[in-house]
Design a protein around this ligand. Structure first.
Ligand code: GMT
Length: 377
């Protein structure tokens, strides 16, 4: 198949999932065309069957805001037409689903029928999309999509709850691509960040309010009082200054490492003992799954789709949003040597339910059905 993959090229989960999906499809022999405004961070190197089409953004003095959606739709038209794509897959509804709808109509006018799949990732529904300034467009474009998928049951239910959706939403959970382990490197890096006998706690996010990184610091402070540890924070975003201030207030500066944005998070996760994800809302929690895949148990909130990923008492523990006392208590329990050993094994085991192969075939099936339906029209 020839597939057009539209996504945000950034560190966010939706971009990571779209990129890894495209790479896996290309490795299976499909031709994958990425369409976005800059090279996706996880795209990596020159590979067979992968093509990248950059959406150029015009900087004209009249535009206070760049008309990205229009230029994206134009690029989609161009790529579908000249690369003879079979299907478009857009990740994150805003503005990718509406741009896909526009491209579809333009192509229809030229006698080309292109189906598009919209994958809902979370904030496009739970935070941003629900806003009245977006809602009518989002509802329309989801309903007009030829297929709609959501990354968790929880997100599917929220979509039905908040929008008037008249079509089926298929749940296809996110997946994890195992990174190549390098034990020697991990041990070396671990010694760089923690002394013998200290634990390493890790958190990865875009430092937006919804991630509650301040809770990460508060849980860490309680744990560190009883078990000397280090906290590695990966990512960057609007809450970083606030978090740096809290570190100073809590006297934690020599215990907390702000790494900033990192492409190969798996290698950081490999040196961690526990992953912390106390989010206000989370449609899936890809960062938690990536931690589990390298054998790191997860202390998280019990919101949104997280309970579909992290199993309470098995791969980690779940607490109510904001309950930093319970999270710290659970973490201290996990950090007991025997418990930690057991939970590390369980975390890895649980992550296997999200293997790339089973999820890949689900997307392929959706594309094939749409292409078949097109040829019988
Ligand atoms: O977490 C974010 O703010 C980024 C956002 C995105 O769209 O990139 O992540 C969402 O999609 C991820 C991939 O499907 C999910 O794992 C995250 O849970 C989801 N974030 C939220 O729901 C807050």
């Amino acid at each position: 198949m020839k597939i057009g993959m539209v996504l945000y090229p950034t560190f966010g989960g939706s971009g990571v999932v779209g990129t890894e999906l495209g790479k896996a499809l290309a490795a299976k022999g499909h031709e994958v065309h990425f369409i976005t405004y800059s090279q996706p961070v996880r795209l990596g190197f020159f590979r067979e069957n992968i093509f990248y089409h950059e959406v150029s953004i015009t900087d004209y003095p009249l535009f206070d805001f760049q008309p990205y959606e229009t230029q994206l739709a134009s690029k989609m038209v161009d790529v579908v037409k000249y690369e003879k794509l079979d299907v478009l897959h857009v990740h994150y509804a805003i503005p990718h689903a509406s741009a896909a709808f526009m491209a579809k109509q333009i192509l229809k006018d030229q006698g080309i029928d292109i189906p598009y799949v919209t994958t809902l990732h979370g904030t496009d529904i739970t935070l941003v999309g629900r806003d009245p300034s977006f809602e009518p467009v989002i509802t329309f474009c989801i309903n007009q999509s030829d297929a709609v998928t959501a990354v968790s049951e929880s997100l599917k239910n929220s979509t039905y709850e908040h929008f008037k959706i008249s079509r089926e939403i298929h749940v296809i959970p996110n997946f994890v691509v195992p990174a190549e382990e390098n034990r020697e490197f991990s041990e070396h890096m671990r010694r760089k960040y923690a002394c013998d006998g200290e634990y390493i706690i890790c958190h990865v996010s875009n430092f937006r309010k919804v991630k509650r990184v301040d809770d990460v610091l508060r849980v860490f402070a309680k744990v560190n009082d009883l078990k000397p540890s280090r906290l590695i924070l990966v990512g960057d975003g609007p809450e970083r200054y606030n978090c740096e201030r809290i570190c100073r207030e809590l006297n934690l500066c020599d215990r907390v490492i702000f790494l900033g944005k990192v492409r190969d998070t798996a290698h950081v996760l490999e040196i961690a003992d526990v992953f912390l994800l106390p989010s206000e809302t989370e449609s899936f929690g890809l960062a938690a799954l990536e931690a589990m895949a390298v054998g790191v148990p997860v202390i998280s909130s019990n919101t949104g789709g997280i309970p579909e990923v992290n199993t309470h008492g098995y791969s980690g523990y779940l607490s109510d949003v904001g309950d930093v006392v319970d999270m710290a208590k659970n973490m201290l329990f996990l950090l007991q040597e025997e418990n930690l050993k057991k939970f590390k094994v369980h975390a890895k085991e649980r992550s296997k339910a999200f293997s790339l192969n089973s999820i890949l075939t689900k997307y392929e099936e959706i594309y094939l059905n749409l292409i078949k339906a097109k040829s019988t029209k």
